[in-house]
Design a protein around this ligand. Structure first.
Ligand code: 3NM
Ligand code: MG
Length: 479
């Protein structure tokens, strides 16, 4: 549909523009709606109007335009959406999804999770469940597929998207429109791999885990780390030991070339700066565009305002296949208020295992990805099934970068066997990593955290070499 949105023209000019456009849309068989101005719609006899919350009430517009007219209403909250749907709106324009320069005085930026909440509220009642919906605000070719995918609830999803600048500010409006149409009719590149849901923890774990360990060792997948300056060296060594091919680059400009080489990306915001953040966002878009797996390590996410903002922008800026963090970091990602974190340590928790598992599962279901909360017991969920892993060793908490390099390991595992379930590959990465730590800590030459680090690298390497030859005894330690 075309909506004519004209905020400054005199009425006579508005009507004249509208008439000309209506000739075009009628020829194409496409409805034309007028924004706000019922009088203009009546004057030219077009198909309907779009009204905002501060415009003429829907019931009055309906009286004036009749039952056949298409009337759309702007909704910024679940309450507004439900009211408009019950009052007989034909569709809702839900927004503002992302900050946009196109409209002044947008009420609030609801993000993809706000959009999803509104769709869920509409789905809850039969009176509102069938209203058509589009989202609006900052939607363009780079994010429309992800927004449609991540906002979808099991019972209601968007019918489409509404855009202004993505078409009218494009060099070629016609090409931009057909490209958007193609995009929204297909799923984003990142859903194709690993989307089969894991229905139960398979007996196959003894088979699956070694398969993935071998695949990493044999194919040396590229693992692109945008990581903090504390762990660059260690992360590169861990990647090499599990069999991946690491590249450490924080330069967003080369991310597109790297993404095209078919690897995975780790975004670790341990030493985030404003410039770093824009590099991460650029890289995230590049990997999303080709469906390359991306893992977010929101280091110290709740510690400072800068970090909270960075997490929000990253999660709004693209799709992460995996979000991995400690309890506080995961809470921050879930957008819970009142999370104050000291430094990057996880701090003491008062939550029960059940509450933590619920949080992990809810966030994964909301983001339609995998969420891993590390701790003494690691909890990992795809939004349907949640697994607990209790391997590992306390030395991992006494050295720097153990969380970050787990992210690197998992990223390396996400690249291989692309059709297989992501949850199993994440599990494989965790098990290799934590069982290597247990074996290292038990070695007679390991006296503490200092001697642990090289022994840990050795054990990562040994586990992969053993697995290559078919020796999977190490996996019997999995808990
Ligand atoms: N309504 P662009 S946002 C017209 O939130 C309009 O209700 C909005 O423009 C709302 O696609 C918006 O260029 C502008 O971001 C959308
Ligand atoms: Mg309006």
């Amino acid at each position: 549909m075309v909506q004519l949105r004209e905020k400054t023209a005199e009425t006579a000019d508005f009507i004249s523009i509208a008439r000309k456009i209506h000739v075009i849309t009628k020829t194409a068989g496409i409805p034309l709606l007028i924004n706000d101005r019922i009088d203009v719609a009546l004057a030219i006899g077009c198909e309907g109007v779009h009204i905002g919350q501060d415009d003429m009430p829907l019931s009055t517009a309906r009286q004036l335009l009749g039952p056949e007219a298409i009337i759309g209403v702007t909704a910024n909250s679940a309450e507004e959406a439900i009211t408009a749907a019950k009052a007989g709106a034909d569709y809702l324009g839900i927004g503002t999804v992302f900050a946009t320069l196109t409209k002044e005085n947008t009420k609030s930026i609801i993000g993809v999770s706000g959009l999803r909440d509104i769709l869920q509220s509409l789905a809850a009642s039969s009176e509102t469940a069938s209203v058509k919906t589009v989202c609006i605000g900052g939607i363009n070719a780079s994010n429309c597929q992800r927004v449609l995918y991540q906002s979808a609830t099991p019972s209601k999803k968007l019918d489409g998207v509404a855009v202004v600048s993505a078409i009218v500010a494009a060099a070629n409006a016609s090409e931009a429109t057909s490209s958007l149409r193609k995009l929204i009719a297909s799923e984003p590149p990142f859903v194709n791999a690993g989307r089969k849901r894991l229905e139960q923890l398979p007996k196959r774990i003894e088979l699956d885990v070694p398969t993935h360990v071998k695949a990493v060792a044999e194919t040396n997948p590229l693992c692109h780390n945008m990581t903090n300056l504390v762990v660059q060296n260690f992360a590169a060594n861990v990647a090499l030991c599990v069999g991946a091919s690491p590249i450490m680059s924080n330069n967003g400009l080369e991310a597109s070339d790297l993404a095209n080489l078919g690897g995975a990306l780790v975004v670790n915001m341990g030493t985030v700066t404003p410039e770093g953040l824009s590099n991460y966002l650029q890289a995230l878009r590049a990997y999303n565009a080709v469906g390359g797996p991306v893992i977010l390590d929101p280091v110290g996410a709740g510690a400072t305002q800068q970090r909270r903002d960075a997490v929000r922008q990253l999660m709004a800026g693209g799709y992460f296949d995996v979000i991995k963090g400690n309890e506080n970091e995961i809470r921050t990602c879930a957008g819970m208020s009142g999370v104050q974190q000291r430094g990057v340590d996880s701090g003491a928790s008062t939550a029960t295992m059940k509450e933590k598992a619920e949080l992990v599962k809810t966030l994964a279901a909301r983001e339609r990805n995998i969420v891993l909360m590390t701790g003494e017991v690691d909890l990992v969920s795809d939004g349907h099934m949640t697994l607990a892993v209790s391997n590992g060793h306390k030395y991992l908490g006494n050295i720097t970068g153990s969380g970050c390099t787990l992210g690197t390991t998992i990223a390396s595992f996400l690249v291989v066997n692309r059709e297989d379930q992501k949850l199993l590959k994440v599990l494989a990465g965790i098990l290799v990593y934590e069982i290597a730590a247990e074996r290292a800590a038990e070695r007679a030459d390991v006296k503490g955290p200092g001697t642990f680090v090289p022994a840990f690298l050795d054990e990562l390497y040994r586990i992969r070499e053993e697995t290559k030859t078919g020796d999977t005894e190490w996996l019997t330690r999995a808990r």
